[in-house]
Ligand binder design. Structure first.
Ligand SMILES: [Zn+2]
Length: 325
């Protein structure tokens, strides 16, 4: 979700939280409440204008932009959509992966087919509606193999839960995703001449993943890391998970790593970060958790905004609602 809408919802939420006497904080229901308030009070913004992109990026049609990263890697931008999404197409010699497929306001298959004739497997960085929209339109679907997801599969379909998907915010129905393969945390997926490692990185959501191409020092980070406001206050978000996942990613990366995120805040170009940004995030998370003197100031009522560095701000629950375990 876009930050402006969240902060518009904050005034309403503040009044309701006061009315409730913060009684819901212990149950976490206040997190659901803010999303439901946004859904019922904030209209979805119209598509924006096409903006000029720099470098070798080009408009595929009047909706999708293609950003070639290297010969076998493309970002597919949805920069007219108000959340400014980026999906990533990773090609091997025998198969391809599409990480995230946008909200589904437009069929993504024509732009994918313009870039590869290989069989393409859908995978999502996490289950929010702005990443699952075209999931079932590709040749197969892969999902992180977590017990709480696997046990819900029936007949090759995974029916998402309302608060896991959040599509009601913009009027999207809860989908059933067609799953053709389950990827274990830490698994190497062979694309033919290209290896991709699947990391389970909870924090933004319980089932968030990051894909790593170790040969090219590429990390495709979904909504865990991108330049802008990171959402750590939603249902399923956990600061403890965010801290552990980020520590693990820092340990996994070297200085050459490039992080490719799933949203950008403004034109133009790709939403990229570096390992040093995650080092800063770990430092700030530790300082907030420990209540140290070096913890940055917090702004806002709900969510609370904490500046990590010039690239990132983290949006958190109020202190009483934070989960560090
Ligand atoms: Zn997103």
């Amino acid at each position: 979700m876009k930050l402006g809408r969240v902060f518009q919802g904050v005034a309403i939420l503040t009044a309701m939280l006061v009315a409730l006497g913060f009684a819901s904080v212990s149950t976490g229901y206040h997190r659901e409440l803010v999303v439901r308030l946004i859904a019922t009070t904030m209209p979805t913004p119209d598509l924006g204008d096409q903006v000029e992109e720099s470098g070798n990026a080009y408009w595929f049609d009047d909706y999708y932009t293609v950003f070639p990263i290297d010969d076998d890697t493309y970002a597919i931008g949805e920069t007219r959509y108000h959340q400014l999404n980026f999906n990533y197409l990773l090609l091997g010699t025998s198969r391809a992966i599409l990480l995230d497929s946008g909200p589904g306001v437009r069929d993504i298959t024509p732009v994918v087919r313009s870039l590869t004739s290989l069989p393409v497997t859908s995978v999502v960085s996490h289950l929010h509606y702005d990443h699952t929209g075209n999931f079932n339109r590709l040749d197969g679907g892969a999902m992180i193999d977590l017990p709480f997801l696997r046990e819900r599969e029936s007949g090759g379909l995974l029916l998402l839960e309302e608060m896991e998907h959040l599509g009601f915010v913009e009027g999207f129905a809860v989908p059933s995703l067609k799953i053709t393969e389950w990827w274990s945390p830490g698994e190497d997926v062979d694309l033919g001449g290209r290896r991709v490692v699947v990391h389970h990185t909870p924090g933004h959501t319980k089932s968030s993943i990051i894909l790593e191409d170790p040969e090219h020092a590429q990390f495709f980070t979904g909504d865990m890391y991108y330049p802008g406001e990171l959402f750590a206050f939603l249902t399923g978000s956990s600061l403890g998970d965010y801290t552990r996942s980020t520590e693990a990613m820092v340990a996994r990366m070297d200085e050459a790593a490039t992080l490719y995120g799933a949203h950008r805040m403004a034109p133009s170009g790709l939403p990229t970060l570096e390992r040093a940004d995650l080092v800063d995030l770990v430092t700030v998370l530790h300082s907030v958790r420990d209540g140290s003197d070096t913890a940055p100031d917090e702004e806002g009522v709900f969510p609370r905004a904490i500046e990590v560095n010039k690239n990132m701000t983290m949006l958190m629950d109020i202190p009483a609602g934070r989960q560090w375990h």
